[in-house]
Every structure is written in C-alpha cells, then in structure tokens.
Ligand binder design. Structure first.
Ligand code: SF4
Ligand code: SF4
Length: 395
C-alpha cells in the first residue's frame, strides 16, 4: 500500500517525514567554516576578511571595487556592532540571540485577548520598521538542538526560557536595485542592510514585549530555522531556490524572529501557488553558478551534513553555495534576482502578474517574464551612475 505520509504538504511546500531529525547549528555551513577543514579554506578566510579588514588588493571587476566593498561593509556595520559586542563568548544574531540590555517589570500587563495582543504587536512591528510580520506557535522541531560556539569551536546548549508559546516572525525586504546587481559585493549591501535593520527592529519589539512583563528572545540566524517558521506564520511559500517567496516582495526578504510567552493569536500558512509555479520553472537552478539548486522535484535526500534530515523538499546544496561565495568574496543572490516572483509589487502590472502567476496561467506568465527580460542583471557601474545622476540632479 502506498505511503502517503511523505506527500508534499500543499500549504507548506515540504513534507516532514518519520525519520525527521532536529538540526544542530554546529552543522550549519557557516559554523562549519570555523571548524570543518572541508569548508574552512584559505578562500573562506579571505571571504570573511573582506567583511572585517581593509583589503590591500581590490579587484578591478565591476561590482567588486573598493567603493562596492566600502558600501557593503558599511551596510553590515550596525549588525556587526551587535555581533561583536560580546565576543568571544557570544556572536549575537548569528550564533546567539540578540542581547537585551534591560529587564522588564515583575508585573505583567496582559493584552485584552490573544487577538488584540497579535494586532497590537503587528502594528508595533511595522512602526519599528518591519516590512512583514506574522505570528506562529512555538514549535520545537525547528529549534536547533545545540548552538555553535565560535569561542571553543564546539557545541553549546541552546538555552531558551521555559514556557515559550509563540514566535513573531518579521520580514525585511531587501533593496530591489541592489539585488539586481547580483552577483557583486555591491548587492551584498542589500544583505547587510537587511541584517542591520533586522537587529534594530527585533530588539525594539522584544524590548516592548519585555516592558509588558513577558519573555522575549530576539533572534536573527541563531537559535532556530527561520524558513519553516516564516511559512507557518503565513508570510510566504517554500520555493525551489530554498527560500520563502512572499506575495509582497517575492524572494527578496530576510527573516528574523522573536520567541515569547505573551498570549498571541497565531496566523496560518497561506497558499500562493509558488509550488506549482516552481514545477514549471527552474530559472534559479539554471542560473546558479554553483549548481546548488535542484532541477528535479523535492526529495528526502540529505545532500551533506548541512542538510536537514527527514524533510522532503527542494534542497539547496549549502556547501556548493558557500563555496561559490568564497570564490567571489561576497554573498550571492543570483537565485533571488532571477526569480520571476522577485519584482516591485508597488506597480500595478507586477501585482497583476503575481495574481495571474498563482493561477493556471502560470506558464504564460513565466513565458511573458522571459520575453520581457525578467531577472536580468543590472551592471553595478550602472547602479553607481544612477546614484551619481540622482545626486547631480538634486544639486
Ligand atoms: S546564492 Fe548563488 S550560489 Fe547560492 S544557491 Fe543562490 S544562486 Fe546558487
Ligand atoms: S526562479 Fe522559478 S523555480 Fe526558482 S524559485 Fe523562482 S519561481 Fe521557483
């Protein structure tokens, strides 16, 4: 008899199987670049050095000049301040949650109801600068079994307070024009800005919750997997490129989360029709220079120790992807740039495209996007020329 348990969940775009194993942050490819000699290479050390130290030799290539790195690293700076504040014991936002400075009161100010609490929290998240916000139940499956300590090069406990019930997931849209220049150090500016904004927004919301007397743990890449939480919180649908595609910004979003015990109503996953679209499209797989994105359908196969075990899904090869990043000395967002869903939804035509792409007209919408040159790279020099043009017209 056929076993239906591994059927892809229509709402979520993946299936959790019986042999599911929770993930350890020690096996995250970025953690491995600290301790695993197959990932920790002269290339990976140079890659990190470009974020931290003035380079003595700047590449001349378009998008990788001193000016491009100057901007990228400035965009990361606020995030870096938080990350490096408690080194070597902690790396806030990447290996450990963001540190809160002030304790909340002993008295708890409860929301009128979980629904009111959720509505207020979402309003406040937007006020503090979140582009998207959704709330889901605390689900231990997505919490790392252990953290990685860069200090010792070993695992450490993933301590979380008892009694957490909800996760507030926020999304920050990355700058569309910068992403269009991927791959380049210039496009890494969008990533850095996303993290820097994330840190400020997450800390603000967490402190508000804390000031009401509840527990709040603000988290960026640390503590738990963001993608399943973002999907559960109704922010988007899982895609072939291993990212969440949102109705508002496509795949051009970074996610952060806050774990809390405040009573909050939960959102539900939403269907956008991304899965059916990805079944007809493999533009990201074709464009990936590292061949890290699968051309075939979702599988339960774990590609390497950085893969999730026991989940049937489109799995991106994190080792191959990170290997490419170390070659170009910056993060790569080609799979975000080329995705037809990555478009400016403030424009009426793009909103219409998104609505039709979610219907049986998806094949036509894909062809139309191909015809119109969707996903084309913007030359970094053109981005800088545009920046200079705006400056001269303003004077
Ligand atoms: S970020 Fe670049 S290398 Fe990594 S999966 Fe996407 S396209 Fe491939
Ligand atoms: S490029 Fe195509 S296949 Fe890849 S995530 Fe986007 S829609 Fe899916």
């Amino acid at each position: 008899m056929a076993d239906n348990r591994d059927r892809i969940d229509k709402l979520r775009g993946y299936a959790v199987l019986d042999d599911f194993e929770r993930f350890s942050a020690v096996n995250d490819v970025f953690s491995r670049s600290w301790w695993d000699d197959t990932i920790k290479t002269p290339g990976s050390e140079r890659f990190y050095a470009t974020y931290r130290r003035p380079l003595t030799q700047w590449r001349k290539a378009n998008g990788f000049t001193q000016r491009d790195y100057a901007l990228r690293n400035a965009a990361w700076h606020v995030s870096d301040v938080f990350t490096e504040m408690h080194e070597p014991e902690r790396r806030d936002g990447f290996l450990d949650p963001l540190s809160m400075l002030r304790d909340g009161p002993e008295d708890v100010l409860a929301p009128e109801s979980p629904e009111v609490g959720a509505a207020e929290t979402k309003r406040i998240a937007k006020l503090f600068g979140a582009d998207m916000v959704g709330i889901t139940a605390f689900d231990e499956r997505w919490v790392y079994t252990e953290r990685f300590s860069a200090d010792t090069g070993k695992a450490k406990a993933n301590d979380l307070p008892e009694g957490l019930t909800s996760v507030i997931v926020i999304g920050q849209a990355m700058d569309a024009d910068l992403i269009q220049t991927a791959p380049s150090a210039l496009s890494g500016t969008a990533t850095g800005l996303g993290y820097s904004q994330d840190a400020a927004v997450l800390l603000g919301i967490a402190q508000y919750i804390n000031n009401l007397g509840y527990v709040a743990v603000p988290s960026m890449n640390d503590t738990a997997l963001a993608i399943p939480l973002a999907i559960e919180a109704g922010l988007g649908e899982y895609a072939r490129n291993g990212l969440v595609i949102t109705a508002e910004h496509g795949a051009r979003v970074r996610f952060g989360k806050i774990f809390t015990n405040m009573p909050l109503a939960h959102d539900k996953p939403k269907r956008l029709g991304v899965r059916e679209f990805c079944e007809q499209c493999d533009r990201c797989a074709q464009a990936c220079p590292a061949r890290a994105i699968p051309h075939n359908g979702p599988t339960p196969v774990a590609l390497n120790r950085s893969s999730l075990v026991g989940v049937k899904k489109w799995s991106v090869d994190g080792e191959a992807c990170f290997g490419y990043w170390t070659k170009i000395n910056s993060d790569c967002a080609i799979c975000v740039r080329v995705c037809p869903w990555t478009r400016d939804y403030t424009k009426a035509w793009n909103r219409l495209w998104g609505r039709l792409a979610a219907t049986p007209l998806r094949g036509l919408m894909l062809k139309l996007d191909d015809r119109l040159g969707g996903g084309k790279r913007l030359k970094p020099k053109a981005w800088w020329a545009d920046a200079r043009g705006s400056a001269s017209s303003a004077t």
